[in-house]
Design a protein around this ligand. Structure first.
Ligand code: ATP
Ligand code: MG
Length: 435
């Protein structure tokens, strides 16, 4: 096993995330980690347009943490110029596959096939397929060449030594699922839900294999924009207010007393709850009006209980439990909540539709659990809201569960409040260190 440290670098449209990991006989050890802001305008529509500025920002972030390691594995996100998709092709040998994929690729990408970089991998080794199998599943990854070049240029500008460029769902799968395979993670079907700033990605991992991907066209920036519009703020001001005040209040969101959305006939929450995707889904995530903050230390930290609304009656029938109540009318928190709710409901409905679509296509492999991550996963109570609406348990992804973290070198908030920003970066760093 390699003992040289390696960097995992996840350059998002809003935040740059890195971890430094060392692999030795004792396991995987995180010896550095940090989060910085992506320079505005260095990434447009998911594509790096200013490698010099972005590379300098990466270098500055690494310098700030005293990181000397140069070997880096990074990821490419961009929904507009990258396609990662499992496809089905007739059964064939690896050599035949290599030829076929040159032609197959055109059918699966929304951009010209002339200048692309592609890779593929059979999901099951063709030699190991059952004799009666007529078809086989292959994971296809295609990126626009320009996009990859700009990405590598950025890494070089940052003085780094790129070892590999990987894709996000596979990286997150490594740090959240593969690492737990000794605990039965491959017996389950997970939906990895990465809610970032500009993109949300849903990837279903079944038996440890990526079996379905779907982009959802809503993420953190949409929430910020909704707040900006409603409160008359500039984007950056709305972003600041979002980080300070935004939360989903379950008494309003899951019940009939949440603000009615424009054009809404029935509350989306009820719609979701009456359409469980599995017979026992309702039992797994019952609708709840009372939310026990004690059970969710993280949510409690991120969302101190709002002050009781002036003149509002105590709504809880169980006075011992703290209740996440919608803040009083007129408060900034209430305005922010009302501004973001339609976007949050739409996002969650999109996720529910995608999960339902997957369940109808693969009824034998229903999604057991959603692993929520990405910075928007920090939005207080989003996980609980999602569980209520989709009817499937939702867990906030923690990539530090099975790795050793050097306490002196890694700030405590990275492994606590900010852990949901880190699954991709950790998964990149451990790419060649596992097994
Ligand atoms: N406490 C919070 N509440 C709500 N949103 C938050 C919070 N903290 C961070 N965010 C949001 O998380 C997003 C950043 O997350 P992340 O770093 O995963 O995105 P990214 O990787 O830069 O974006 P993308 O993957 O779309 O390119 C921003 O939209 C930010 O506003
Ligand atoms: Mg991201």
């Amino acid at each position: 096993m390699a003992v040289q440290p390696i960097l995992g670098l996840d350059i998002g449209t809003s935040r740059i995330k890195f971890v430094e990991v060392r692999g030795d006989r004792g396991g995987l050890r995180v010896t550095g980690a940090g989060i910085g802001l992506t320079p505005r305008d260095s990434i447009a529509n998911g594509v790096i347009v200013d490698p010099a500025a972005l590379g300098a920002a990466v270098r500055q972030l690494l310098d700030q943490y005293g990181i000397k390691t140069k070997a880096v594995i990074s990821s490419v996100a961009s929904q507009s110029s990258l396609v990662v998709r499992p496809i089905e092709v007739p059964r064939m040998t690896r050599q035949e596959l290599a030829q076929t994929m040159q032609w197959e690729v055109e059918r699966h990408i929304p951009f010209a096939a002339s200048e692309v970089v592609m890779d593929f991998e059979p999901l099951v080794d063709p030699d190991a397929l059952p004799p009666e199998a007529q078809n086989m599943d292959v994971l296809l990854a295609v990126a626009q060449e320009d996009m990859i070049n700009a990405h590598v240029e950025t890494l070089l500008e940052a003085g780094l030594d790129p070892q590999a460029v990987d894709v996000e769902p596979l990286s997150a799968c490594r740090s959240l699922i593969d690492i737990n395979r000794d605990r039965g993670a491959y017996d389950q079907t997970y939906a990895l839900l990465n809610v970032g700033a500009t993109t949300t990605d849903l990837s279903v991992i079944r038996g440890g294999l990526l079996s379905f991907t779907r982009p959802v066209p809503l993420a953190g920036d949409n929430i910020t924009n909704a707040i900006a519009e409603a409160l008359g703020y500039e984007f950056h001001e709305a972003e600041r207010v979002k980080l300070e005040e935004a939360a989903i209040y379950l008494d309003g969101a899951a019940g009939a007393d949440r603000p009615q959305l424009p054009g809404e006939t029935a509350p989306a929450a009820d719609e979701g709850l009456t359409m469980p995707t599995t017979p026992d889904a309702g039992e797994q995530a019952p609708p709840t009006k009372v939310f026990d903050l004690d059970q969710e230390a993280q949510a409690e930290q991120a969302a101190p209980e709002p002050p009781p609304a002036a003149g509002e009656e105590e709504q809880s029938a169980e006075p011992v439990l703290p209740v996440v109540r919608t803040p009083g009318a007129g408060s900034t928190a209430r305005q922010v909540y009302e501004a973001l709710l339609p976007t949050a409901v739409e996002l969650v409905s999109e996720v529910r539709r995608s999960v339902e679509y997957y369940s109808s296509r693969f009824p034998e492999a229903r999604v057991d659990r959603i692993l929520l991550f990405g910075g928007t996963g920090k939005l207080p109570n989003l996980a609980e809201f999602l569980a209520n609406e989709v009817g499937i348990p939702v867990e906030v992804g923690d990539p530090f569960q099975r790795v050793e973290v050097e306490g002196d070198a890694v700030a405590p908030e990275i492994v606590d409040a900010d852990k949901c920003l880190m699954p991709v970066a950790v998964g990149l760093a451990i790419r060649d260190l596992m097994e």
